[in-house]
Design a protein around this ligand. Structure first.
Ligand code: GTP
Ligand code: MG
Length: 527
């Protein structure tokens, strides 16, 4: 069903190597495949062609066997004499039609023979809602629905390739100044919870300070005065270079005052939105931790996908912009915590205790990111939890519909709740790697309450029967049922309605007020 477990570092290294052997070529249509294949064979052995389209645009990603072939392509590539362009060379190209050749070709020459050309064709985007609902309706159980949702929405091979190629384009631009620069994808592009079309979080690792005591030749260098200011200035320059020079990159925005300064931009040829930061090693290790947890039990990823999908459907995560609502990252941590309570996942402290010296990692800022990385060394839990996906989903809704966010903080480190370090924070998820920080610092009381309300709604929508029985009556049922009431966006009245007045459909909704009353009561009891 899924690829076998490959450790995170090996996966990243393999994807980066693959990107260094690849070029992306815009073509007229899928029928250009044989022509492009024949043309590119002269640069080296081609491992695979990957075709995709987006709207009217057609692309073929070519993976060669050797990086040298890409160098040869870039050496031989051309600009157009007729266009006043900046002469940048990047692995993103387009294939001009050979008018002479087209005349001489019979149609048969352009028919792709599956046997002769190593070729794949994949989607970049999720199936549309209608198609997804059809797929869900056709399933036999809720657990099947969850698996179907996961398999149809997870990031596919071409999605990963394009993300690493986008990173490669930036590396190539900066490698003159920093020969060992790495642009490392993190977040959902690599943590195994990414869906088709997800954004690309990238961190630039400029270069290690090389100390070679045997060398008498020392690099002339500029002194860095203040790390934050220096990072902000670098990001500013990188943003300008991307804007001015990189083909396909547009809509560059600098967000340099954030805790982690970032540059946002779109890569219009790979259809990816990027968030670029510098030296964000803790976030890379966080992605590694999530990746690892996703491989410990086969149910983790389908459950995370379902919860993230549900949250989007009920508009808990309804905006691409940051705000007071819960993020996908926080939701993932909530699922992980729940699975720790279910004895399916170990605590981070346990992974730290079982780590060996080879797992020692501390960031430049002193953040300890040591945890077991070799899953074959992970002891199995004494009691095995064999609940189905559907049972777990139901338990998840139950768990968080009554969760005491008022007094308790979620600790992935311990795998248990602790008393909230900051009572004023509506929700507190301890940042697993920087334990003094709250991952849900952005959330307000309304959004915290809404999470509990929607979990309660889901629980009542999603009757216990749905978990055990099988349905195939071609109507919306199970997961598809969770989407049914969510067609309209929430208006201001929706929120004020939730806050002040009882709702018409009393069966489904619990008032925020009631939850706050509970919360207040809990607080009173707790002291
Ligand atoms: P989507 O982009 O929504 O698909 O999910 P994502 O997991 O990529 O989340 P996002 O792009 O918001 O963040 C990227 C990564 O940055 C996460 O996976 C985390 O590793 C890290 N990250 C995001 N938000 C926080 C936060 O509040 N605190 C910390 N410490 N790390 C965060
Ligand atoms: Mg992301």
């Amino acid at each position: 069903m899924d690829n076998p477990y490959v450790c995170f570092d090996d996966m990243i290294a393999a994807r980066r190597a693959e990107a260094s052997r690849s070029i992306l070529v815009q073509v007229q249509s899928e029928t250009s495949l044989p022509d492009l294949y024949n043309y590119c064979c002269k640069f080296g052995n081609i491992k695979m062609l990957h075709y995709y389209s987006c709207g009217q645009n057609n692309f073929i990603l070519i993976e060669f066997s050797e990086t040298e072939s890409v160098k040869a392509v870039l050496e031989f590539g051309t600009h157009l004499e007729t266009e006043p362009v900046i002469p940048v060379r990047s692995p993103l190209l387009w294939f001009r039609t050979n008018k002479k050749k087209i005349k001489n070709l019979s149609r048969a020459d352009n028919v792709i023979s599956a046997g002769s050309i190593p070729y794949s064709s994949q989607n970049l985007q999720m199936p549309d809602n209608e198609e997804l609902l059809r797929l869900l309706r056709d399933c036999e159980t809720v657990s099947d629905q969850m698996m179907t949702l996961y398999l149809h929405s997870k990031l596919n091979d071409i999605g990963s390739r394009l993300r690493f190629l986008t990173a490669r384009q930036i590396e190539l631009m900066l490698c003159g100044v920093f020969p060992h620069i790495q642009a490392i994808p993190f977040g959902s592009s690599v943590n195994s919870y990414g869906k088709l079309g997800c954004d690309l979080d990238l961190s630039l690792l400029l270069d290690d300070i090389t100390v070679n005591n045997n060398s008498r030749l020392v690099f002339q260098a500029k002194t860095r005065l203040n790390k934050r200011t220096s990072v902000q200035r670098q990001m500013e320059v990188v943003a300008d270079l991307i804007q001015l020079l990189l083909p396909g990159c547009s809509h560059v925005r600098k967000i340099l005052q954030a805790r982690v300064p970032i540059v946002k931009f779109n890569q219009d040829l790979t259809f990816i939105e990027c968030d670029l930061s510098t030296d964000n090693t803790a976030a890379i290790y966080m992605s590694e931790l999530l990746y690892l947890l996703g491989y410990i039990d086969w149910r983790v990823r389908p459950l995370v996908f379902t919860v993230r999908w549900w949250a989007k459907e009920v508009m808990l995560t309804n905006s691409p912009h940051p705000g007071h609502w819960i993020t996908n990252f926080s939701l993932t941590l909530l699922v992980i915590f729940f699975l720790q309570r279910e004895n399916i996942l170990p605590s981070l402290d346990f992974l730290m205790k079982t780590a060996g010296p080879e797992d020692d990692r501390v960031t430049e800022d002193g953040i300890n990111c040591t945890f077991l990385r070799d899953l074959s060394k992970l002891p199995q839990p004494e009691q095995k939890n064999s609940k189905s996906l559907a049972e777990l989903l139901l338990r998840f809704f139950e768990f968080y519909s009554t969760f005491d966010f008022a007094t308790k903080a979620v600790s992935i480190n311990l795998g248990t709740t602790i008393n909230k370090p900051e009572p004023v924070a509506p929700m507190f998820i301890i940042n697993p790697l920087e334990r003094l920080l709250n991952v849900t610092k952005n959330m307000n009381f309304e959004e915290t309450a809404r999470l509990r309300i929607e979990a309660k709604n889901a629980l009542s929508e999603f009757s216990v029967n749905a978990v055990h029985e099988t349905f195939n009556d071609k109507k919306n049922w199970g997961l598809a049922d969770l989407t049914r009431n969510q067609k309209k966006p929430p208006s201001e009245q929706y929120f004020s309605g939730l806050l002040k007045t009882p709702l018409k459909n009393g069966k489904r909704l619990v008032r925020v007020e009631e939850l706050f009353n509970n919360t207040v009561e809990n607080e009173v009891n707790g002291h």
